[in-house]
Design a protein around this ligand. Sequence first.
Ligand code: SF4
Length: 425
Amino acid sequence: MTDPAAWLAPWAWSQAQHCLIPPQSARTAARSTAVGATAAASPWTPEQQQRLEAALEQAPSGSEAWDLALALLQQPGAASLRPMADQRRQALVGDTVTYVVNRNLNFTNHCVQHCGFCAFRRDAGQAGAFWHSFDTLQARAREAAQAGATELCIQGGLNPEARLNGSSLAYYQALLRALAEAAPGIHLHAFSPQELLFIAEQDGRPLQAVIDGLLEAGLGSVPGTAAEVLSEPVRRQLCPEKLTARQWCAVILQVHRSGLASTATLMAGHLEAPADRAAHLLTLVALQRVAWQHQTSGFSEFVLLPFIGAQAPAALRQRVGRDQPDRAAMLSLTAQARLLLGRWLVNHQPSWVKLTLAGATEALRWGCNDLGGTLMEESITSMAGAQGGTRQSPAALEAAARSLGRPVRQRTTLYGAPVPVGVAP
Ligand code: SF4
């Protein structure tokens, strides 16, 4: 069995253990059950909210923070949280809704893993398998830049054939360089923590060398996908081959310490319980604290990713018993995440691909302030059977924000003001 700490920096592996909040510890189990029972009987109050925020300032791994976070996540009929979450959003980031003009590039779906929720992966040669050439990807990057995109979001399956001169890192570097050549100045938001660790494993070299090599090739920031739910018991059922929650935290710590921002995601609405959600969100706070303590880049935004069952592998689909997200439950979780993450993660984005644009627009009333990207193409979620489509025009995103009477502006990946990018001849 491979050493889980292999390829990771020892400091990051050790710090990841402190940041990763377990979903329930024996120490707090009894008290949390009692708090949960109380919470179920009474609505979340401004006083509890204040206590939670104070506890997070002290220590997200402390028992006070745990009890209150769990009580918040256990709120029944969380519609009562909506006004409080909306107010919190307004206090933290104002009324303006943001979006980014970007293009997704899912360059291959060949993958050696078999995550229980994934309808995207294929074996090489299997029906529906694809692996795009650099020429195809460059043409798409040019098109994106011509359409005003400021970002390419690049993610793919774990493809062991993706090598150049025998090196996985060399392939990924060449991919970034080819895209930068096609669309000079465009922001390259690329490769999940799982992909980064995969490259290190494939080449048998430290993760830090991979991050440094990709930075040199133009990497601009990292998608915080593959987090799914940061709860080891859930991951063992959902995606046992994937990097562990502790490994995800360690990779993110190294990414942030290298000066790269990442997003933070939570895939919800499948096997996870309120305690898993609480643990996940508290872990994000703990990781952001570390980034801020070291004055390095941290998480730029939080994205809630509802599970789509329609085309998911049968075992999980049947267990969950739902093809499309439970919109009311996901809106409640949107509000809960806003209230829990507070000042630690101020930008919140719903997924219009998963919720539809109408659902994402509604989420703007539940604590969200960002509508994400135009995407222009999308494979991962649409292959799972999502109903939100694969592209949005800037006009459609702006109209969605304005339908709520909210101002709207285009942003860059890292929430700055956009500047035009070049297009290679
Ligand atoms: S989620 Fe990613 S790692 Fe898992 S099977 Fe799908 S493509 Fe592979």
